[in-house]
Ligand binder design. Structure first.
Ligand SMILES: Cc1cc2nc3c(=O)[nH]c(=O)nc-3n(C[C@H](O)[C@H](O)[C@H](O)COP(=O)(O)O)c2cc1C
Ligand code: SF4
Length: 609
């Protein structure tokens, strides 16, 4: 290792640097560990990392600046981030955060004068069924109330290490309320791999095809096609034939566990209690496409799952279900590495996820080419959702016909829904595709609901008149979020919250999204503040058109969905907020130019607008 010019820092960081080696693709993991050790990433650490990895300082800073859980400025020994999804708002997170700030004499968004603590908000942490939630130094806190916050404030004041805090503060429960074929029956580790080896690789791919399994991450692309393209990409290049995995040129399997869509938490539950099923599905996928290496991209908010998941991987290696010659099959080698995210929703987008896996900023790539041909390190890569792999394992075991017997012809199998909001029984519900919104509301205790946000902010808002609609790719596709709103809720609040979410999570790469999401947020703030006019509603529609058609990736394409849906389905919620009939600007332009006038010494008529 090249010595850097700051021996003190180097000494403190040396365990981190040694653990990760001089591998630039581990940069994000290194930065996460440095943040854990020093509570932020000081300039000296940037210099050390840059010389250790042999990459420019700018690149290190660029990556550190991109991810919201990393900080280049001192961030407080204890960094508390309150989850700020609309469901947290409905549970009083804002009032609780203010209470907590008052207790600790700290202002939101600032570090306390003694550098002890900072308090702020973060996007949804995936705990909507047990909110209000927060993170302390990256560890998930659930079911917050004033009593718990009193205790937390006390622990912070006494500088107790987070590792020694009472476990009840960090308790995360599964809340599985309805099981079907994915969650319902016991699964024996290795059984699906064994069935795959007996049946044959080509035949297993045929079963996945027959099952008509479609991706559970939202878009619903057919999984068998993706696996076929991935394998064929190398087959073409190497001149080999499909499913001939001899020689095995490099391909990769990636499990997308970024789960950043507000209101979605079903992957959290799968990884908590069904990790074997997920890893088994990845292993079957690896067998089919001929990959020897897999990654689980685990969102930073689920940091607490890292050690339990590592333990599952270790157990599977010991049982011969990962590693070389899996279950004694000569040449069948596959292993899985876990890569932690650091608070960037955009990293759920598959090409941004791959960039992040390579140790870069999570910026969506131009497509085509697609990851199936040019993915991780330019090699063919399958990126699938956690639930997709779990379903693939079940198909590997029971076959395609068994799977296709459930659901609808275009949407076979079952779907996990993460239900939160105004319901008496929030949690995970597994249904065959085709179930109506009405039925789900009955089961989860969503009495007197007048709206459901399906698939999170990027999805669809469904009003009470549409509760007969069905969860299915041909009607209401969903990655899993099902947020329920009681008829007393003002839907404006939800749309307002979602505009803040998109403006915060836009990666800033393309202008329509970077500027469009910010303007959208500003106009919504203006309306919320009682200054909105009908012209602002027109402007929101206009912006929605630009975002939807001119953005580079799916985030920008869907960023106006909540506003446009709410305007269409609940126009009254906007109209009730409008105070003026004529146009009023979103901010005081003349006032904003005051400083410039002072600097230039001008105060004449032409210096005013
Ligand atoms: C902004 C954005 C965020 C996304 N987040 C996720 C995510 O958290 N998890 C996920 O599986 N897919 C996510 N996706 C979809 C992925 O890009 C990709 O389609 C998916 O991982 C493919 O897996 P599947 O075919 O199994 O659904 C996201 C897409 C976009 C545009
Ligand atoms: S649409 Fe938004 S998130 Fe996507 S690349 Fe452009 S700026 Fe980034």
């Amino acid at each position: 290792m090249e010595p850097c010019e700051f021996p003190d820092i180097e000494q403190r960081l040396s365990p981190v640097l040694q653990r990760h080696g001089a591998d630039a693709s581990r940069l994000l993991q290194i930065l996460r560990d440095v943040q854990d050790t020093l509570h932020f990433i000081p300039p000296e650490a940037v210099t050390c990392i840059s010389s250790h990895l042999g990459i420019p300082r700018d690149s290190v800073e660029g990556v550190a600046g991109f991810y919201s859980f990393l900080s280049l400025q001192p961030a407080g020994e204890y960094r508390v981030l309150f989850s700020d999804n609309i469901t947290d708002n409905m549970l009083g997170n804002r009032e609780l955060m203010q209470y907590f700030c008052n207790k600790l004499w700290v202002e939101q968004g600032r570090v306390s004068e003694d550098n002890l603590v900072s308090v702020d908000t973060t996007s949804c942490t995936g705990m909507c069924d047990q909110g209000p939630a927060a993170l302390v130094n990256g560890w998930a806190l659930t079911n917050l109330d004033q009593n718990r916050l009193d205790l937390i404030a006390e622990l912070i004041r006494s500088r107790k290490p987070v590792a020694d805090w009472p476990p009840m503060l960090f308790e995360v429960v599964d809340n599985i309320r309805r099981k079907d074929t994915l969650l319902g029956d016991a699964f024996e580790s290795g059984s699906a791999i064994r069935a795959t080896l007996t049946r044959g690789t080509r035949e297993t791919l045929a079963e996945v095809d027959k099952a008509n399994l479609r991706g559970r991450g939202g878009a619903g692309f057919k999984t068998a096609s993706k696996w076929t393209f991935c394998h064929a990409a190398v087959a073409e290049e190497e001149g080999s034939v499909i499913c001939d995995i001899g020689g095995n040129p490099e391909r990769f399997i990636v499990c997308n566990a970024d789960e950043g869509e507000p209101g979605t938490f079903k992957d959290r539950v799968l990884l908590t209690s069904y990790a074997d099923l997920v890893f088994e599905g990845m292993t079957i996928g690896a067998r089919v496409v001929g990959a020897s290496k897999g990654f689980l991209y685990l969102r930073g908010e689920y940091r607490y799952l890292l050690e339990p998941l590592e333990a599952v991987l270790k157990r599977r290696r010991e049982a011969g279900l990962l590693g070389d010659n899996i279950l004694g099959e000569a040449g069948f080698s596959f292993d899985i590495e876990i890569h932690l995210g650091a608070g960037a929703y955009i990293c759920g987008e598959e090409s941004a996820l791959i960039e992040s896996l390579e140790g870069k900023r999570g910026r969506p790539r131009n497509r085509p080419p697609f990851p199936v041909t040019h993915g991780y390190k330019g090699r063919p890569t399958v990126v699938d959702n956690v639930e997709t792999f779990a379903a693939a394992a079940k198909i590997g075991l029971h076959g395609g016909e068994w799977f296709a017997a459930q659901g609808t012809p275009q949407s076979t199998g079952t779907k996990l829904l993460s239900i939160s909001g105004d319901v008496s029984r929030p949690g995970i519900y597994e249904y065959p595709f085709g179930v109506t919104v009405e039925q789900i509301l009955r089961d989860c205790g969503g009495d007197d609901a007048h709206a459901v946000q399906i698939s999170g902010p990027s999805g669809t808002l469904v009003s009470w008149q549409e509760f007969g609609r069905r969860i299915a790719f041909e009607d209401l596709p969903t990655a899993g979020a099902f947020m329920v709103f009681h008829r007393k809720r003002e839907m404006f609040a939800a749309a307002h919250n979602f505009t803040h979410f998109f403006a915060h999570e836009s990666c800033g790469f393309c202008t329509p999204c970077r500027v469009g999401t910010e303007l959208q947020k500003k106009i919504m703030d203006k309306i919320a503040g009682g200054h909105g006019t009908p012209a602002d509603l027109e402007e929101l529609k206009h912006l929605g058109g630009i975002l939807g058609s001119m953005s580079h990736c799916g985030l920008g394409h869907s960023a106006a969905n909540p506003v446009l849906d709410t305007l269409k389905k609940f126009p009254g919620t906007f109209e009730r907020k409008l105070k003026a009939l004529a146009f009023e600007p979103a901010f005081d332009l003349d006032g904003a130019l005051e400083t410039a006038r002072k600097i230039t010494g001008r105060d004449d008529e032409w210096a005013h607008l």
